[in-house]
Design a protein around this ligand. Sequence first.
Ligand SMILES: N[C@@H](CCC[C@H](N)C(=O)O)C(=O)O
Length: 288
Amino acid sequence: MSPLANHTFWKMNGAGNEIVVVDLRASSHVVTAAEARAIAAAEGSHFDQMMVLHKPRTPGTECFIRIYNTDGSEAGACGNGTRCVAWVLMDGSDRKTLTVETRAGLLACRRMGETQFSVDMGEPKFGWQDIPLAEEFRDTRAIELQIGPIDAPILHSPSVVSVGNPHAIFWVDDPYAYDLPKIGPMLENHPIFPDRANISLAAVKSRDHIVLWVWERGAGITRACGSAACATLVSAARTKRTDRAATVSLPGGELHIEWRDDNHIIMTGPTELEHVGTFDAALFADAA
Ligand SMILES: N[C@@H](CCC[C@H](N)C(=O)O)C(=O)O
């Protein structure tokens, strides 16, 4: 029987970003890419990201989280999913704070309201090797990358940054005027991004408001991407397009992002529980 069978899971969303949380702290099983794809494909457990909780690796943390995309690949950061995990772990207690760990490091979470949570997403990395890019760019506020005709590019000169995962942000007037489902996969897999990248189209509406549409690495179009909202705000502030705090409007909802003076990015937004369930062992019969 699959080690995931009979484990309770939570189907949630964070501002519309489809999240499944699975608690494997009592197990040593590590979900395979094939299992993750099978869970994503099954009715009732579709996800953009699956947050699998494992035993803590660092004293003072609640768990180590493995983050899976729909295609089975693993990500270092997932802002919307981390808020969902915070709710699951604080549920039924009067706790207001806790710390979890992902591949990208320790993340402090805070309850701001019944279903509103903040996550300290850590510090952005702007160096080309840290993002990573395949070749040296001294200035990552705008890199030479374009698609479309050379003399009339459709999109060009994105800002690039890592917030635990790689992001490219193209500045546009209207994100929804572009065919992102078609353009997204080309840019996600562009050779300049050796680890692929999350691709955002961002329209700056004012010094404190950005409209954002995201093609996610490993998941495609999603209704919200917390790390993309963080990546976009720091890139907007770094290029003087906005101040250091803004509301980011995504198809599924709004996130508030602040890039504090101590260089940490604080993301605040909603979570929603859709249903609780258990996995069917048959799901994994062919997947392992
Ligand atoms: N939706 C997430 C980001 C998920 C990770 C991404 N697809 C990647 O592989 O980098 C969020 O809310 O941050």
